[in-house]
Design a protein around this ligand. Structure first.
Ligand SMILES: Nc1ncnc2c1ncn2[C@@H]1O[C@H](COP(=O)(O)OP(=O)(O)OP(=O)(O)O)[C@@H](O)[C@H]1O
Ligand SMILES: [Mg+2]
Length: 369
């Protein structure tokens, strides 16, 4: 187990900066998940940590040691990729043993460690097979076994499950949670999958255009996205984001008018002369409550029934912004039906023209009943 300190870590390719100076402290044993849209720099940040990419500036320290200029093999890290990259001509056992043979460990110890890693990933019965005789999930388990067999201090994973089907992903997600508990390794994990990010992470790091936008516990990031980019990156289906204009500032928030003329109360603390500012109102699908007088209205264009809950997609004027509302699974809805919703002020988000979230007035801590 080792901590990881990235300090002003930067990557430029020619004139383009793909990772802006990134500073991040990861505690020993922590499970950190990196999320963000395609091309935002997640893999590049991970590869600089592993030593597979040379930083343009900044430093990487692992376990208190500056490894910025150290070759990958001496950093105490192992990396698992989206494509498993197994040696096709080697058996599962030899694939797992490979890094240990390179490191010239004694034969008996290699055999022992391969047995342990295989048992941990449920591969014991497959040790003599060749990769081509394995399923996708089994192959990915072999590549994970090969990564942990060296007993790295830090395990880096770049979308390790994205080639697998949904069922297998769910099982592997549990495997990672268990592996992390068992080995207590520091893990940095890149994913596009909301469930993986929310369930596996001790902390989520949201990246956008090469910048770290927000770092926090999954629920904190979900509940209080610091910017539009974070609001867009976290949650599935995503937060409804509607163009709006500030109409009035109140002692405990602000009212905004949406594109279709509805006025919505928020707890956003806006500047004194903010009236007239064009902003973005954010509301998560589960916070839209059916309300006959509610400000959000539209005809159902698409209805997704998932079982325990459903999502109604409301068709609206194009400048008003689309709305998705979460409904109970047993709610009967027909296409074209007009639905109306309201949102409690405490469940709104308001984003300034530069994309940053306005601070929210905290709810009274001791409400008088
Ligand atoms: N060798 C390279 N030369 C030039 N540009 C590169 C190079 N490698 C990556 N990039 C660019 O750097 C940016 C960040 O790439 P990176 O692979 O880190 O993104 P990512 O967040 O991992 O995306 P994805 O989710 O699609 O995997 C991209 O715009 C990419 O095109
Ligand atoms: Mg990537």
């Amino acid at each position: 187990m080792a901590n990881v300190e990235l300090t002003n870590l930067t990557k430029r390719f020619g004139d383009t900066t793909v990772v802006q100076p990134a500073t991040l402290s990861i505690a020993a044993g922590e499970f950190v998940v990196l999320v963000g849209p395609s091309g935002c720099g997640k893999s590049t940040l991970l590869r600089m940590t592993a030593g597979l990419e040379t930083p343009s500036a900044g430093t990487v320290a692992i376990g208190g040691r500056d490894v910025t200029d150290a070759p990958p093999a001496t950093r105490g890290v192992a990396m698992v990729f989206q494509s498993y990259a197994l040696y096709p001509h080697l058996s599962v056992a030899d694939n797992i043993a490979f890094p240990l043979k390179i490191a010239r460990l004694p034969k008996a110890e290699i055999a022992q460690r391969v047995r342990e890693a295989a048992a941990m990933l449920d591969l014991t019965d497959l040790l003599s097979r060749k990769p081509r005789a394995l399923s996708g999930g089994q192959r990915q388990r072999v590549s994970i076994a090969r990564a942990i067999v060296r007993q790295p201090q830090v395990l880096l994973l770049d979308e390790p499950l994205s080639n697998l089907d949904t069922g297998l992903r769910a099982r592997m997600r549990h495997e990672f949670a268990r592996l992390h508990q068992q080995l207590g390794m520091t893990m940095i994990y890149v994913t596009h999958d909301q469930l993986e990010a929310m369930t596996l992470a001790n902390r989520i790091v949201v990246m956008h255009r090469g910048r770290i936008e927000q770092v926090g516990a999954p629920l904190d990031v979900y509940r209080r996205p610091a910017s539009l980019a974070v609001a867009e990156a976290i949650g599935s289906p995503g937060m409804n984001l509607l163009p709006a204009t500030i109409v009035e500032r109140h002692a405990d928030g602000a009212s905004v008018r949406t594109g279709d003329g509805a006025v919505v109360r928020t707890l956003a603390q806006v500047p004194v002369h903010a009236a007239g500012t064009v902003v973005t109102l954010g509301v998560r699908p589960e916070h839209l409550l059916p309300d006959r007088d509610g400000p959000f209205v539209g005809a159902v264009e698409l209805f997704e029934r998932l079982g325990p809950l459903s999502f109604a997609h409301l068709g609206r004027r194009s400048d008003a912004g689309a709305i998705v509302a979460q409904l109970p699974g047993d709610r009967a809805v027909h296409l074209g039906e007009v639905l109306r919703f309201a949102v409690p002020p405490a469940d709104t988000h308001l984003f300034a023209p530069d994309g940053s979230a306005y601070p929210l007035t905290p709810p009274p801590s001791n409400p008088v009943r």
